[in-house]
Design a protein around this ligand. Sequence first.
Ligand code: HEM
Length: 510
Amino acid sequence: MAVLFLYVATIIVSSFLFLYVHHHRRNSCRTPLLIDWPILGMLPQLLGNLWQFHDYVTNLLRQKGGTGEFMGPWFTNMNYIFTCDPLNVHHIMSENFDNYVKGSNFQEIFEPFGGGSVAADSETWKYRRASMQSMMRKMSFERMSEKSIQKKLQNCLLPILDHACSHEKVLDLQEVFSRLMFDETSIMILGYDPKSLSIEFPLIKAEKAFKEVMESIFYRNTVPISVWKFQKWLQIGNEKKLTEACKVFDQFLYSHISEKRQELIISKCNKSSDDDSLLSDIMMTTDQNGKMVFDDDKFVRDVAFNLYAGGRDTITSGLTWFLWLVATHPSVEAKILEEIKENFDAIDGKKRKVLGIEDVKKLIYLHGALCESLRLFPPIPIERKQSLKSDTLPSGHRISPNTSIILFTYAMGRFEEAWEKDCLKFKPERWISEKGKIKHISYYKFFSFNAGPRICLGKDVALFQMKIVAAAILRNYHIQVVENHPVTPAQSILLLMKHGLKVNIARRQV
Ligand code: HEM
């Protein structure tokens, strides 16, 4: 009863403080405050600043020299160390890797990820990562995704942009990318094209549900575990939304898993020649005795879910912020176009509307501009870890066993000590050496793809896909952001734009 009372009291008092701080936010919260309230700790400020969460924490970390402590409400296990110091990141992600795990808190919060590699730890994670890596190699993931993204651009994206030009229609580019990547990810994983990217923008329930799952997980990160668990138990608010969204998305995945199993049973595990899907490869993996290793549908569902999470919204986010930056920096746009012109238009007279992997490897400035955009707007803005044993970070902060640590990727890209005084400037030249080659910058400093043994498995695929899409759009169209369109991050575990990216599009003259 006492615990119940504490939950309710915490919710009520937090809500009042939230409303109070939210009401006064424009006057008072641009400058961070750090008050450790009795009982409620620093949570009211966090909730009051959710609307500007990433910038708020970045400012706090700047004031704290890169590492600070967040004290949550009493008895809620919500105390964190948060850091954007590259030395701490190197220590946690590599030097003392075995001491820092995703941990039980992460697994509970990221429950919809199931047993896939993103939430797994120790031997399970090692095994899952190695299987994923070998499957991606075996099915020549890069070549397959090149072929399928080129086809999608030719048949869907470019016709939609043409249609928008002809009808002078305002387009939400984020929505366009989100649909493009949902289709692309579905083709790669399930071998099925849901065709969510078409001129009518049809409502695809699974696509919408996936977005809601990501938003709900973000919310779980911002309140005490006891609060969201209580909501889950009552099936109210955000937790009700999460349960319903998971159900819709799982139904979508399981129906494809069961269809694929039937196909494989009928064909006695002989994949048809046009079935390139990752799902078939996973299901057909056998041990020395010819027994299927992954005959558990839940496991296959978890792998698929993790790949949707890893590959879909990350690229959507990366492309959206990139095109917004380019559209608002005409000098960068001119340099990208100049580079494309020098390498291709002068040779093939703009015959090919869509380039390939080998082509985009030549575009050094475009590479710099993309990395610069991923530095300022990392699609996954936060990484969570939990310590096993006590330790001391290079910044001098003491870590006790079971301490939750949040690595703020967003703040890392804006940390002056790592990137110099002009770190807030969009400057692709940062990534180009004096000899005009790509400059390698340590992943412990450019943390957008993670670093160390858990570095993103899809970073090369992601970069070339983004380059192919960006080059196809910029080479053929001029993009103008709608006047006064508000550009702010959404409250999600992925750095998407809250109001989308509304643009007008015009064809470029040949
Ligand atoms: C711009 C695009 C992308 C970004 C910024 C990105 C970033 C990241 C980050 C930060 C992680 C670490 C997550 C964590 O451990 O909490 C990660 C892991 C991972 N990513 Fe990506 N990713 C991108 C695209 C992709 C794509 C296209 C794929 C698949 C084809 C992919 C597959 C994975 C996988 C499988 C993991 C788990 C690795 C492990 O746990 O060992 N990613 N990614």
